[in-house]
Design a protein around this ligand. Sequence first.
Ligand SMILES: *Cc1c(COP(=O)(O)O)cnc(C)c1O
Length: 380
Amino acid sequence: MPERIYLSPPHMGPEERTLLLDAFDSNWIAPLGPHVEAFEKELAARVQLPHAAALSSGTAALHLALQMVGVGPGDDVVVSSLTFAASANPIRYLGARPVFIDSEAETWNMSPDLLEEELEERRRLGRPMPKAVVTVDLYGQCANYTRLEPLCEKYGVPLIEDAAEALGASWQGRPAGSFGSMGIFSFNGNKIITTSGGGMLVAREQRFIDTARFLATQARDPAPHYQHSHIGYNYRLSNLLAAVGRGQLRVLDERIAARRKNRELYEAAFKGIEGIRFMPIDARGTCNGWLTVVVIDPKAFGASREDIRLALEKENIESRPVWKPMHLQPVFAECPVRGGAVSATIFADGLCLPSGSSLTRAQHERVAKVFLASRESEAR
Ligand SMILES: *Cc1c(COP(=O)(O)O)cnc(C)c1O
C-alpha cells in the first residue's frame, strides 16, 4: 500500500517544539501560564483586535459568545447551513433553535439576500428577531461582510463570526474574525494551524473577553473560598498547547502560501478537463486556502464525486465530501431553513482534496493522477 496522504494533517516545525519544551521545562503545565497570555496577545494582534481569550476549542468559544449576547431557551439563532455541526451545536446547548440560511453562489457562505428576507419578514410580521446571527467563513473564505454586517446592524442583531476555518483570510482588507461583535477560531487537528485542540474568542470590547475568561474558569467569584454565583465551564487552553499555538502562528503566512499553492497545482493539473469547478474565490477577499474544494459535474467529467473519493481511498488518499448542510442533518430536521438548494448541490457534488501545507510535489502528482484516472474505471 502506498503511503497515506491525509486531507489536512498537522504541520509542525522547530519553533513549535522549542516553545513547547520551554513551557514544559518551566513547569507551567497548569494552571494557564505565560504562553496562554502571549498567544492571546499575538493572535489578537494578527487579527487587528484588542482582545482575545484562549479556550479549549472553537466550539467552546462559540458557546460562550452566544451565551454572552443573551441567547437562551426558546430563542432563535440564525446560522449558515453549509458548515460543520460545531457552528450550530452550541445554539442547542443553550436551549435555542437554529434557523438555517442557504449559501450564496459567489462565496458559498450565508446569502445576504436570504438573511435580509428572514430579518425583514420577522420585522413585518412583528415576530421576535433572532438573538444572534452566526456567519461562517467556509474553507478559508470570508462571507460577504460588505452586506452581512450592515444588515445585522440595521436590524439590531449581534453578529458572531465563526472564523474557525479562516485564520489569516480577509474581506476588503479586514481580517477574518474581526467582523461583528465577536469572532471565534479553532486550532483543532486539521485546521490551518493547530494546537492539537484549542480555540480562541476575539472581540473589540474587553467586557466580552473578561466575561469569557470568567465563565471558562468555572465562574469563580473573586473570593478565596471558591464561591459561585453563576454556572461556569472548564474551557481554558493549557499553557503547553498555547506554546505550540505561538509557534504555529509564527509560520501562519508560510502555511497560507503553501495551501494556496496546493490549489494552483490542482488547477494546473486539471486544466482543460471538463466537469471540474473549483470553489469560487470572491475578489473582494483573500482566502487562506485551508482546503482546496472542487465541484464535479459527473456527466461532463465522467465520474461522480463519490467515484473519485473511492478511487482516491483505494490508493490510500484521504479526501472528503463537502460538509453536509445542517438543514439536511437528521438532528436538525425540525429546524427552519430559508433556501437550501445551493448548499445541497455543493454538498452533492463537492469534494475536498488533500490540502496539507506539507504536501509534496510527488504527493500532488499522485492525487491528480488517481483523480483523473477515476474516469476511465467508471467509463465501463
Ligand atoms: C472546526 C470548526 C469548528 C469547531 O472548532 P473545534 O475547535 O473543533 O471545536 C467550528 N466551526 C467550524 C466552521 C469549524 O470548521
